[in-house]
Design a protein around this ligand. Structure first.
Ligand code: HEC
Ligand code: HEC
Length: 295
């Protein structure tokens, strides 16, 4: 071993390595760095004893504390599912007052309903339920079949003209195609329908078919055109249209009939989900009160 020598310029010890007159200095590590280094080693040893750390052939060291992130995640998930199950269970039997009286349940119903709406309903009714011709707007207070929580549940469970024996059914016949009415009668009735919503129409045409309207149409749409929810017959007097209120569309409706199909969801969604959806739709703006009790 060569003798320790101090470099004159820097005042630091040299290692004794030298290349063409350039000497290597033996600068020690800073104190603070060394302390962190030793502390890390101590920490690693303690950690390896307490926590799962060392890999084995087909297992691993479980650690004295036996902790596992995976187990914790699974436990958290179970907790969440349990919480959800509690709300889902409540949704099975809750009537609208119960839902609105329970802040957490209400939040659950809206969140579950909104997400299920996006998955199942938005394709036909639009992202915000705003509707399209033939697909009713669910935000307004105009209802074909009814806008109470119970009415909406009924519509969702069994559908409209759907493949379920309890589905809502009604008929807007193809009066032209099936030759129940002549072209002239359809043309005159179109003027009559236009006039029902307070718009200007041909007075002589209206006079010609006012009896025909009462005979053929009033049983569903009402004498004054106000519609009938028991038959899903739209109000023709409010100037809000499912298919369209211009003359060409009315002629098309009368000629070829209309039969919008709303699928039934009873077998496809769980009962609590149907209820959450019904509550969500009810909350969109057009929800109506009802005194009928929920089953
Ligand atoms: C395949 C297209 C389609 C899908 C999907 C669909 N609907 Fe409908 N829905 C319709 C049609 C069409 C009608 C109108 C039926 C009629 O003319 O009477 C309707 C009617 C309704 C009504 C009755 C409105 C009223 O005025 O009485 C409600 C409520 C409703 N849908 C909610 C939903 C919800 C909630 C979903 C999702 C679970 C959904 N719909 C999915 C097509 C659809
Ligand atoms: C048996 C009941 C029934 C009778 C009778 C009936 N309708 Fe309808 N009508 C309906 C139903 C139900 C709808 C909605 C169909 C749907 O939702 O797809 C409808 C829809 C319409 C629409 C479309 C409304 C809109 O908002 O776009 C018009 C217009 C109409 N009917 C006019 C008539 C006229 C005129 C007559 C008489 C010739 C008549 N209806 C007879 C049940 C009836």
């Amino acid at each position: 071993m060569s003798e320790k020598r101090i470099d004159e310029q820097s005042g630091t010890e040299v290692t004794g390595h030298e290349w063409d007159g350039i000497e290597e200095l033996n600068t020690p590590m800073p104190r603070w760095w060394l302390w962190i280094f030793y502390a890390s080693i101590v920490f690693a040893i303690i950690y390896a004893i307490l926590m799962p750390a060392l890999p084995g052939i087909d297992s691993y060291s479980k650690g004295v504390l036996g902790k596992s992130d995976r187990v914790e995640v699974v436990e958290e998930l179970y907790k969440l599912t349990d919480q959800r199950a509690v709300y889902a269970n409540k949704m099975l039997s809750a009537d609208i007052e119960t839902i609105e009286g329970d802040e957490d349940l209400l939040r659950y119903a809206l969140a579950a309903g909104e997400s299920a709406f996006g998955d199942n309903c938005a394709t036909c009714h639009g992202t915000n339920g705003q509707g399209l011709p033939g697909y009713p707007n669910l935000n307004d207070d105009i209802w074909l079949w009814g806008g109470s929580y119970e009415d909406i549940r009924q519509t969702l469970n069994y559908g409209i003209r759907a493949l379920h024996e309890d589905t809502r059914v009604s008929l807007m016949q193809a009066y032209g195609r099936d030759e129940l009415l002549t072209r002239e009668e359809i043309s005159d009735l179109t003027e009559y329908v236009v006039s029902l919503s307070g718009r200007e129409a041909d007075a002589s045409a209206i006079a010609r078919v006012s009896t025909l309207y009462q005979e053929q149409c009033a049983s569903c749409h009402g004498m004054d055109g106000k519609g009938d929810r028991l038959q899903g017959a739209p109000d023709l007097s409010d100037n809000e249209w499912l298919y369209g209120g211009d003359r060409a569309t009315i002629v098309e409706t009368l000629t070829n009939g209309r039969a919008g199909v709303m699928p039934h969801w009873k077998e496809r969604l769980s009962p609590d989900m149907v209820n959450s959806l019904a509550y969500y739709v009810h909350s969109l703006g057009g929800g109506e009160k009802s005194d009928a009790p929920t089953q």
